[in-house]
Design a protein. Structure first.
Length: 281
């Protein structure tokens, strides 16, 4: 899960760096490149692309596509760390959906960890959230859509990660393609795209595919709430990238939020170790 979080943090940073380009076109490029990479990797591994539960697979893919649309809009209209924090409210929704749909019991430690992490997100966002406007609401929508997609993954444990990622990438490519046509018809095509920007788009597709495969595997093997909360690692990485690359340094209150996120991560790790000891005992 950590490798997935790192991969998506890099993808988000690349998207933010190209915020001057049409956001729907960036989303389409990410989906199309991700589809090509996912199919190639599936063939290389000889993985099965068979679908056992088509209804649940479509639910996961459509929810993920909605989340992707919202994600790229938010990333290109908000500072990187602010957008990343709101996008990663997903675990709060995951915990609720896992309890309702999967009947997963939330331990006291997981509940406290999620509450502490949420408070950390609030502290990180408090200095600049008012600047987000519509983008902030869209980012929260991405978190909610992502939760539905992630919880659906737990019901797709019979499918291979490659099958899940290829199906999602194919549906997302179609959805982003329609969104791109609509936006380009409205604002026109971008001019003077550089080789550097092309390279960044290619890198965005690769990191997205790596992250998608890692997260798919993680949700199939562990508790939805705990794996989802690990995604807050992205926020810490995003704050570092914001400072080093985009020269936006966090205030003290944001640093306090980071500490709370790290504390929530420690609680989740401790909860996992307790579960392991109980199973062995």
């Amino acid at each position: 899960m950590v490798s997935g979080a790192v991969a998506f943090a890099v993808m988000n940073a690349l998207a933010r760096g190209m915020h001057h380009l049409p956001w729907a076109l960036l989303a389409f490029s990410r989906a199309l490149l991700g589809l090509g990479a996912a199919v190639a990797l599936a063939r290389l591994r000889g993985a099965s692309l068979a679908i056992v539960d088509r209804r649940l697979m479509w639910q996961r893919s459509l929810a993920g596509s909605t989340g992707m649309l919202c994600t790229f809009y938010a990333l290109t209209h908000m500072p990187l760390a602010d957008a990343t924090a709101l996008l990663n409210t997903t675990p709060l929704w995951v915990a609720a959906l896992a309890w309702i749909t999967l009947r997963e019991r939330l331990s006291a430690r997981v509940s406290v960890a999620l509450a502490v992490a949420f408070a950390g997100v609030v502290l990180i966002e408090r200095p600049g959230l008012h600047q987000g406007g519509l983008a902030g609401i869209v980012a929260l929508g991405a978190g909610c859509a992502g939760a539905l997609a992630m919880v659906s993954l737990r019901g797709l444990s019979k499918e291979t990660p490659e099958a899940v990622v290829v199906h999602f990438s194919a549906i997302a490519t179609g959805v982003m393609g329609v969104a791109s046509v609509v936006q380009l018809a409205t604002v026109g095509a971008p001019r003077g795209v550089t080789l550097t920007e092309v390279g960044c788009v290619l890198a965005m597709g690769v990191t997205a595919t790596v992250g998608q495969l890692a997260i798919t595997r993680a949700y199939a093997l562990d508790k939805a709430a705990r794996v989802g909360a690990a995604g807050w690692i992205q926020i810490v990485i995003a704050l570092g990238i914001d400072a080093a690359v985009f020269h936006r340094r966090p205030e003290r209150v944001a640093l306090a939020g980071i500490a709370m996120l790290l504390a929530s991560g420690a609680l989740l790790v401790d909860d996992a170790r307790r579960d392991e000891r109980r199973l062995k005992g």
